[in-house]
Design a protein around this ligand. Sequence first.
Ligand SMILES: Nc1ncnc2c1ncn2[C@@H]1O[C@H](COP(=O)(O)OP(=O)(O)OP(=O)(O)O)[C@@H](O)[C@H]1O
Length: 286
Amino acid sequence: MESGSTASRSSGDGSQRAASEALVRVRGLHFRRGEQRIFDGVDLDIPRGLVTAIMGPSGTGKTTLLKLISGQLQADAGEIEVDGQSIGSLSRSELYALRTRMGMLFQSGALLTDLDVFENVAFPLREHAKLPESVLRKLVLIKLEAVGLRGAARLMPSELSGGMARRVALARAVALDPTMIMYDEPFTGQDPISMGTLTSLIRQLNDASGLTSIVVSHDVSETAEIADHLYIIANGQIMASGSPREVAASDSAWVRQFMDGEPDGPVHYHYPAAPLEQDLLHSAVH
Ligand SMILES: Nc1ncnc2c1ncn2[C@@H]1O[C@H](COP(=O)(O)OP(=O)(O)OP(=O)(O)O)[C@@H](O)[C@H]1O
């Protein structure tokens, strides 16, 4: 296994900056799901103020990594630090406080269907910040303006296109002015125009608000377009890291397979299973 095939390890300032100005530091991360080893000694840094993409084939643990960083799952071994705080040693209330500084836009992060757009964005502010109604209104309208949907404030979620709904969810995710925002597959199911809008919004929000962004995706071209730094995860390890240009120039077979979208190569896409013939010859599926 080419576990040392890190594209940028010796090259340039990208990884050095990552190491010195990391908002998230992951060291020696191990995590299993039953018999399945998801992470087997992962080290990575998420640099402050930049957009970092976590990429890799389906099922390699990208969403799991976000859940570990946000403390929704506990590592089996290793350390995860967010803004100098070790996630594993935080009390429930400390973790809750830290989470309010992490915006999340997960695939499943649907809008509340019985609240209009305005109230969906106002929701985290009403939950976590006691603000006078006039201040809350201004904040919500500013967030909606940032995603180009101030005019849609009184629409219900059922009246929005898929792309608009995702932008409202984005406004909601940044309502509390988080330090960091995590996007899980933000481009899934979007047409090319919505995709372009989302890509530029992610970049703009990051740069205008001094955010740190983590984007989990397997859309290679969109993600490479906005990311300052990429990590490619496969088989429980970091297979490559560096700027999109550095990763694209990698001659590792693993990285080539992924970046070029080749169906077969060193990374196997099949979940472990008995041979197909064996399964087909048995009438019952266990
Ligand atoms: N709740 C769960 N219980 C048991 N196993 C799980 C659970 N959630 C995920 N897994 C397993 O953990 C592995 C990693 O899942 P994860 O969702 O993190 O992958 P991913 O890289 O985000 O995949 P995708 O790109 O397809 O979204 C998968 O093999 C999956 O089967």
